[in-house]
Write a protein that binds this ligand. Sequence first.
Ligand code: R2B
Ligand code: URA
Length: 308
Amino acid sequence: CSSVLAGRRRKRNLDGTLRLGNQHLEGLEVDFLYHLGLNTSTYDLPAMFGDVKFVCLGGTKHRMKELACYMTKLLGYNEDQAPVNLTKHSLRFAMYKVGPVLSVSHGIGIPSMTTALQEVIKLMYYAKAVDPFFFRVGTSGGIDIPAGSVVVSSFGMNGTFEKSYNLPILGTIHKFPSQLDTRLCQELASLASDAGEFQTFIGGTMGAEDFYRGQGRLDGPFCNYTEADKMAFLRKLSSLGIRNIEMEANAFGAITKEAGVRAAIVCVTLLNRLDGDQVTSTKDILKTWEKRSMFIVGNFVTAYMKKH
Ligand code: R2B
Ligand code: URA
């Protein structure tokens, strides 16, 4: 644990700003963060984003706007002004800033999420943000826990039971370990318990490459296994400490670790996969559940701001 912390510290400067390991960036006259619609020439990134402390990423533009509204209320900012999408020139993702909170959508799946995440990491680097936390605030399918429960991930696992993000680079697979900040994970889980309305679990999260067969579903357009095979797979995941399945966790854990930032994944579960494959709850129920992970991260933000 101490060597992990030492490794993380080495990736930040003494003042807490990020230190990225890519010397090629120094050779760029202008860096275009294409998917965020920003660049290092036209925009004063330190003035715009230098005070960011909490980077929240999640799948949909709508949910990340809701998170921005939730943080506006929580932090006592003017609620009459609708949050402004700062990436509107790019159209790909949405990004909102509410004081020290940045709320960014990342789309579905690892390639989309890692594109957004890596550009936000560079954004925090250019902005000279100090010790920013990174959260993925998402949805998932739970394993053997009631629908509507929240899982704070202790590690990410890929679809072949490896706790890593395996990326082909120049024709060769590179494996990046997927680890999340243990202390942050425990702190978030403890901040959830006060609510009493829902259960919160700490556990592993599988980041699947696909929503259907990649998550052992029987209801996709194709299926080449039996229900017994599916159940054996879910039971095996459970025995390996996996509490939920989504589509980004292992890559999120690996990339934030490589960047040396403190990171956590907080996902609500929309169903218990041992009971079925389809998400059948009403829109209103799903909306209520989605607020649960925002509530936990919001608690962390306010507790942190009180202390610092
Ligand atoms: C959870 O939900 C999305 C799929 O519906 C995906 O982005 C994920 O990880
Ligand atoms: N998101 C997923 O990736 N899987 C689910 O089962 C639910 C939401």
